[in-house]
Ligand binder design. Sequence first.
Ligand code: MF3
Ligand code: CO
Length: 251
Amino acid sequence: MITIKNAHQLEAMRQACKITAAARALAGEMVRPGVTTRQIDKAVHDFIVSQGAKPSFLNYSGYPASACISVNSTVIHGIPSDYALREGDIVSVDVGAYYKGFHGDCAATFPCGAISAEAQRLIDVTKQSFFEGLAFVRPGHRVSDISHAIQSYVESNGYSVVRAFVGHGVGAQLHEEPEVPNFGAPGHGPRLLPGMTLAIEPMVNMGTYQVHVLKDRWTTVTADGKLSAHYENTVLITDGEPEILTVAEGL
Ligand code: MF3
Ligand code: CO
């Protein structure tokens, strides 16, 4: 079942998403050579708690941290560690916060110091692919219209979209129906209706779309060792323009 949020629920969700977006921004500001991914995770954790919220990912299916921090060829679910970031790394940070009964979920890839032009282009194409999908986040369209727009844009830029992980509905649960793939033919899947909230999250690889999950059962890396980037926002379907809920303004 796809949940439709009422005005009261959406107000709580906006607040959860604002905290989540501020945590993403805070993490992004910390990305620089020498900082460990564990230090960033701690700052994310402490910030979310300071807002009276709970980190959505901590202990979710046994996940051991508050943020996923995925460097270079790690696609998603990188576990924070003593790894110290190096100049030229690209660093994907995924965060979630639970507040007043609702989750926010968002991610972005940040450059560590000076990065290669190719790496920057991967980050830019990944972010823009989210906005290509967002153009279809309206009543009258169906879920796979979003998927198709993302895939077409990514592939026309010479990159590939991860197939093994997808976006999702989000709300009282971190993962709700429907699944929102970043690939597929248009015109399929549920019809979009006002009050639905989706986490749209393209994961884009420079080479093959294939990924491997490491023995820790979380860390997901590209099969060919090439770079990967991630961009995610929680969005609300309205009668008109979609509303990006994971914006940090005013916090
Ligand atoms: N944004 C990711 C997702 O929606 C992060 C989940 S990490 C987990 O699935 F630890 F919570 F699983
Ligand atoms: Co998500």
